[in-house]
Unconditional design. Structure first.
Length: 201
């Protein structure tokens, strides 16, 4: 049985868990403590971050690779049936510059030289407004159907919204908030957010 090392609140681990659950992959879930990472995980992947999926000697330690591995096993609703070039554009923006801005917005004490209003405005122009425009045209980022791109990006938007919920609620992002709420309330997301005891070697 595959082994997944995960951390409940990590957005990278969230998206991997959602894809694995959707694909119906049976696995052993090992919830880690960030301050005391298990030696077994570090032996499998020296990078020391989650998620890490171990399958019969094979180690997959990038969340996007785990998503694609899971969908290659089973993709009943056609999550992968999207424009690959457009999907990559969304992911590169999300995992690149947006993640940097998210960290700056979430941890202002680490970036005392930055103006938080400027960080928010940059984030709006780079990521949030393009998402809003896409979701005003269609219910999902890639069109009329849920895809792996929505699942890969949603945990990061959730994290951004959670930094200052009243401020996020006041932004002109009606379609984005509806999309976000739909994911948060989905059975799939709720099922992968169940709490697990910390796994110890």
């Amino acid at each position: 049985m595959p082994i997944l090392y995960s951390y409940r609140r990590c957005p990278y681990a969230m998206r991997a868990r959602m894809a694995l659950k959707y694909a119906g992959i049976e696995l052993e879930h090992r919830e880690i403590a960030l301050r005391e990472k298990p030696k077994a995980m570090l032996l499998a992947s020296s990078k020391g971050t989650v998620p890490v999926l171990c399958i019969d000697g094979q180690v997959i330690d990038q969340s996007l690779d785990i998503i694609h591995w899971a969908l290659d096993k089973s993709d009943p609703d056609g999550w992968k049936n999207v424009d690959e070039s457009m999907a990559n554009c969304w992911i590169e923006k999300n995992d690149g510059q947006f993640k940097i801005l998210l960290d700056q917005y979430k941890y202002p004490n680490r970036y005392p030289g930055l103006n938080q209003d400027e960080v928010l405005n940059t984030t709006l122009e780079l990521m949030l407004k393009p998402i809003e425009i896409a979701l005003q045209a269609n219910p999902y980022l890639m069109g009329n159907k849920l895809s792996w791109v929505d699942v890969a990006i949603f945990p990061f938007i959730r994290q951004f919204a959670g930094v200052n919920p009243p401020r996020f609620a006041a932004l002109p992002l009606t379609a984005t908030r509806r999309w976000l709420t739909q994911h948060i309330e989905s059975q799939l997301f709720q099922s992968v957010m169940e709490k697990h005891p910390t796994w110890i070697d």
